[in-house]
Design a protein around this ligand. Structure first.
Ligand code: HXC
Length: 260
């Protein structure tokens, strides 16, 4: 694994853990950190040891946003490059053929909420706080929240969050469907690992197909989405895992998936 300056990457039990570590600035994402995250996600995509990816933050924050100090010196062209870089990261997470879980500790503001939104599942500690405060900076979310947030929680709530910049609690995030579950602070990583283990138990190709079909279907009319589902369902039948999964049920035993 690479030597990164701003993140740590470990793989244990086929579960990859990416920890963003710039605690002095509450893990604010400067270009270097976004670039490292993108590289890590691209590597994990092709790393057979990693079946699931968890992303979390070091210290008292998940991510307090894009790095405001770095953004302060940017003009429009550099702003575009910065926005596009972050979008590449979010797209890589979204399109990765493995499930991504955000384990959200403390602040997830601006780009932090956007990073969590790019993941498939969000687990929050009770002290987590979410928000899109960009408009107080005279800017808008630039790493996908204007698009992913309304798709997840609906336009009314997304507009409220973006127009007011309100910071919301983990409980409120659960209420609006932004997070999957809220757990006591000390249980966050256990809960994320438990979720990862449950997913890992399933057929990996099946999970990957399901992720792609759900994501791609969200941008299409229902009938087209259902067409994608049929195609992906059929392609499961070209895998050894499909034969193993069904056979294991019939033989009343645990399946031994090989990911092929
Ligand atoms: C750079 C940041 C930062 C950020 C915190 N810090 N957030 N530096 N970028 N996003 C730094 C602070 O300057 C401070 O540095 C140190 O981290 C600790 O932060 P404090 O403010 O002292 O902590 P606290 O009082 O606990 O307040 C926490 C906070 C506040 C509420 C999270 O830091 C805050 O409001 N941060 C900004 C949140 C935000 O607006 N995020 C959205 C950014 S825009 P020093 O040197 O003073 O110790 C964005 C756009 C994404 O994300 C799209 C881009 C294309």
């Amino acid at each position: 694994m690479n030597n990164y300056r701003n993140i740590r990457v470990t793989v244990q039990e086929n579960i990859a853990l990416i920890t963003i570590s710039r605690p002095d600035v509450l893990n604010a994402l400067n270009s270097e950190t976004v670039t490292e995250l993108l590289k890590a996600v691209q590597e994990l995509e092709h790393d057979p040891r990693a079946h699931i990816v968890i992303i979390t933050g070091d210290g008292k924050a998940f991510v307090a946003g894009a790095d405001i100090t770095e953004m302060n010196s940017k003009g429009p062209e550099e702003a575009r490059t910065y926005s596009e870089l972050g979008h590449s990261l979010m797209r890589a997470i979204q399109n990765m053929g493995k499930a991504a879980i955000a384990a959200v500790n403390g602040y997830a503001l601006g780009g932090g909420t956007e990073l969590a939104l790019a993941c498939d599942i969000r687990i929050a500690s009770e002290n987590a706080q979410f928000g899109l405060p960009e408009t107080i900076l005279g800017i808008i979310p630039g790493w996908g929240a204007t698009q992913r947030m309304p798709r997840l929680v609906g336009t009314a709530v997304a507009k409220e969050l973006i127009f007011t910049g309100e910071i919301i609690s983990a409980r409120r995030a659960l209420e609006i469907g932004l997070v999957n579950r809220v757990v006591p602070d000390e249980d966050l990583m256990t809960a994320a690992m438990d979720m990862a283990r449950k997913i890992k138990h399933q057929g990996p190709i099946a999970v990957s197909h399901a992720k792609q079909v759900i994501n791609r279907g969200m941008d299409r009319p229902l009938q087209e989405g259902c067409g994608l589902e049929i195609d992906a369902f059929v392609s499961c039948f070209n895998t050894e895992d499909q034969k193993e999964g069904l056979q294991a049920f019939i033989e009343k035993r645990e399946p031994r998936f090989k990911g092929r």
